[in-house]
Design a protein. Structure first.
Length: 116
């Protein structure tokens, strides 16, 4: 069992930056695929960025490429999402996800609101 807790969300203005953190507990996430997802009001949850256990492969949604960076620190059992040049359309609840085979774990989410 893996427990995930997100932090770092908040209310910012367009163009600002935020750094989201996901702290894992219960077991090491070194072998897990980790990802950040988001869900805006009235929309389905969507993947924002994912990273493989070895850090060799990362995925970014087209709308965040060049602005967001996902990283992981297996020694600290954490995953981060650096978000730069934020836009109002980035407003959503951001969730951390850990995946291993058929096991998927989600955090409770952190709200990010970007005002224009």
């Amino acid at each position: 069992q893996v427990q995930l807790e997100e932090s770092g969300g908040g209310l910012v203005q367009a163009g600002d930056s935020l750094r989201l953190s996901c702290a894992a507990s219960g077991r090491s996430i070194s072998g897990y695929h980790m990802g950040w997802y988001r869900q805006a009001p009235g929309k389905e949850r969507e993947p924002v960025a994912t990273i493989t256990p070895s850090d060799k492969e990362v995925y970014y949604q087209d709308s965040v490429k060049g602005r967001f960076t996902i990283s992981r620190d297996n020694a600290k059992n954490t995953v981060h999402l650096q978000m730069n040049s934020l836009k109002p359309e980035d407003t959503a609840i951001y969730y951390c996800k850990a995946s291993y085979w058929t096991y998927n774990y989600w955090g409770q989410g952190t709200q990010v609101t970007v005002s224009s």
